[in-house]
Ligand binder design. Structure first.
Ligand SMILES: NC(=O)c1ccc[n+]([C@@H]2O[C@H](COP(=O)([O-])OP(=O)(O)OC[C@H]3O[C@@H](n4cnc5c(N)ncnc54)[C@H](OP(=O)(O)O)[C@@H]3O)[C@@H](O)[C@H]2O)c1
Length: 294
């Protein structure tokens, strides 16, 4: 539905469903109060890590809706292929998917060389791949859990950055948007290693903004609280009941809510750098302060 807003410009309001099982109301305002033009995403190449589920998949859909070209990676290639088919059909956009474990330095080092030439210029990088493994005292965490979190959440971001950012610097254009967490600001019980990894991600982003100083490359961090995705299922090693209990009695953020914040960062006028967006659902007021209905 198109309706004029109070500025006389057109605001589109619509309901649409998505594969994530929720309905939402989108308001795309064509009005900007900035005197500078908003960044346009059509035909920009957006590289999203960890796009096979949750926030990464929702970001892929949000950028596809803006007619961007999508470069998507994760380890579960089948999920990426089916997401790509759906987005191509629905939005008529180009999508290229490939299997990549961001924690494998060798694989990350070679992926840029293996990309077809038309996918080598990346305008926007969404560093999203990440995970929490287990919930308990850090000295009882297994080595697999410790290494899994640090290798993916911290080293993975650094490995990807060093492949993608030099091209952005050479072109003097680009945007790195990293999905941090409120766990990058607060520590909560049982999540010492995960919080340490997201504190590191926060430091990496703050430092990165200084690393690219003097260029037109932008650096943003989007830091959510509780988001209902496969995150808790992964944390509890596939235990659906434990995962469901995390979101019981609250209305958590959806993956799409986070994707909206990512799109906000990406569409600001070129001279504007959104440093960080922190968002939580209304039912959450601190990392473990959650208002659950009986
Ligand atoms: N959900 C929350 O409450 C929440 C809150 C704050 C921040 N976050 C952050 O949001 C990001 C996305 O999480 P999510 O909630 O969307 O969880 P999710 O549904 O479990 O998605 C995680 C994504 O990361 C990918 N991934 C994991 N390890 C990978 C690796 N080694 N290499 C490449 N891809 C990998 C997964 O794909 P494959 O398994 O196919 O590789 C999947 O696509 C993470 O950085 C997480 O820390 C989540």
């Amino acid at each position: 539905m198109n309706i004029p807003d109070k500025f006389g410009a057109v605001v589109r309001i619509g309901m649409r469903d998505s594969e994530f099982g929720y309905f939402r109301c989108d308001i795309y305002s064509l009005v900007s109060l900035s005197t500078f033009p908003m960044e346009v995403l059509n035909h920009k190449t957006v590289f999203i890590t960890g796009a096979s589920s949750g926030i990464g998949a929702a970001c892929a859909e949000a950028f596809a809706a803006k007619k961007a070209r999508l470069l998507l990676c994760a380890r579960r290639i089948k999920k990426l292929v089916s997401l790509a088919e759906r987005l191509k059909n629905k939005y008529n956009v180009e999508v290229h998917v490939f299997k990549l474990d961001v924690s494998e330095s060798g694989a990350v080092q070679s992926f840029m060389h293996q990309l077809p030439d038309e996918w080598k210029i990346i305008h926007i990088l969404v560093n999203n791949a990440g995970k929490a493994l287990g919930l308990g005292p850090s000295f009882e965490a297994s080595l697999d859990e410790i290494e899994g979190m640090l290798d993916t959440n911290v080293k993975g971001v650094l490995y990807i950055n060093r492949q993608v950012i030099p091209g952005m610097i050479a072109r003097n254009h680009g945007h790195i948007i990293t999905i941090g967490s409120v766990a990058g600001k607060w520590v909560y019980p049982g999540a010492t290693v995960y919080c340490a990894s997201k504190h590191a991600v926060r430091a990496i982003n703050e430092g990165l903004k200084m690393d690219v100083h003097g260029t037109h490359v932008r650096v943003s961090s989007v830091d959510p609280g509780l988001v209902e995705t496969e995150f808790s299922k992964v944390r509890f090693a596939g235990d659906d009941d434990r995962a469901a209990a995390i979101y019981a009695g609250i209305t958590p953020l959806s993956a799409g809510d986070v994707a909206d914040a990512v799109i906000y960062c990406a569409t600001r006028p070129a001279h504007v750098n959104i440093n960080e967006i922190s968002l939580m659902c209304v039912d959450q007021s601190a990392a473990t302060m959650v208002n659950r209905k009986e």
